[in-house]
Design a binder for this molecule. Structure first.
Ligand code: F6R
Length: 246
């Protein structure tokens, strides 16, 4: 216990390599959907989960899993770019997962970053998640600065879905998806840390040397708003799958 905060222990699984990380991560989702076909899944984008999504598509094609009744909520989306922009998370999800599996379009949810009133859409997104019964299994990646979703350092752990200003380090890390740094949006809409912690089960995937500092901070068990992913120590069921870090 820290004060009146209940500390729990994260489970760490070391994968031999990226392929194994992807397979172990995908297996969480296959099991979840087989146990509860109408599961509510929280999804992430970025480089790290790409292999996991490939594995899920393979499992679907081999008849091991169905997305027919699954409902999905993505963590985040940039503001100010259209959904058909190749760097948007709408586009990423369609390309990496949705167009390859039998998910119903009406069951797919991503935060809306390109609307006249983004603030209203943050409230609407929380309401949609609640209406769906909450998230059963949430996938996370982690930023080099410890962000989860786009919750940058110093975001209160009490935050729900919100508009956030991206830090220079996050904009630089994500520049690879844009032609130039100036094209990387300055803001995003993201599930808040509280929203993430409300998920019943969480799986975080992390891979590669660039994540070493974040890995060590997470392992240390120290809980601080300076390091957003440390909020996961306050959750009862988090598994961290990692590779190529130690
Ligand atoms: C993406 C997201 C981010 C990423 C993180 C790591 O939806 O929420 O927190 O998970 O920036 O990205 P990669 O995997 O590209 O290193």
């Amino acid at each position: 216990m820290i004060g009146d905060i209940k500390m729990t222990s994260l489970k760490f699984i070391k994968a031999e390599n990226y392929e194994e990380l992807s397979k172990i991560g995908a297996a969480f989702f296959v099991q979840q959907l087989n146990e509860k076909p109408a599961s509510v899944l929280g999804l992430a984008t970025g480089g790290t989960p790409e292999g996991l999504y490939k594995q899920l598509v393979t499992s679907y094609k081999q008849g091991e899993v169905s997305f027919e009744n699954a409902v999905t909520f993505n963590l985040d989306e940039y503001t100010g770019i259209t959904e058909d922009n190749a760097a948007s998370y709408h586009h990423y999800m369609a390309e990496n997962l949705f167009k390859h599996v039998n998910i119903q379009a009406s069951n797919i949810n991503l935060p809306k970053g390109n609307v006249a009133d983004p603030e209203a859409s943050t409230v609407a997104y929380e309401a949609l998640i609640a209406q769906a019964g909450g998230i059963d299994l949430q996938l996370l990646g982690i930023g080099v600065n410890g962000h989860i979703g786009f919750n940058e350092p110093h975001t209160p752990f009490t935050a729900t879905t919100t508009i956030i200003e991206l830090t220079p380090s996050t904009r630089e890390a994500n520049q690879i998806y844009f032609d130039k740094l100036e094209d990387v949006p300055t803001h995003a809409i993201t599930m808040g840390i509280k929203t993430i912690l409300n998920a019943k089960k969480i799986v975080l995937v992390m891979s590669g040397e660039s994540k070493r500092k974040a890995f060590e901070q997470l392992r240390s068990g120290k809980v601080s708003e300076d390091f957003p992913a440390s909020a996961l120590h306050l959750h009862e069921d988090v598994t961290v799958i990692y590779t190529d870090i130690d």
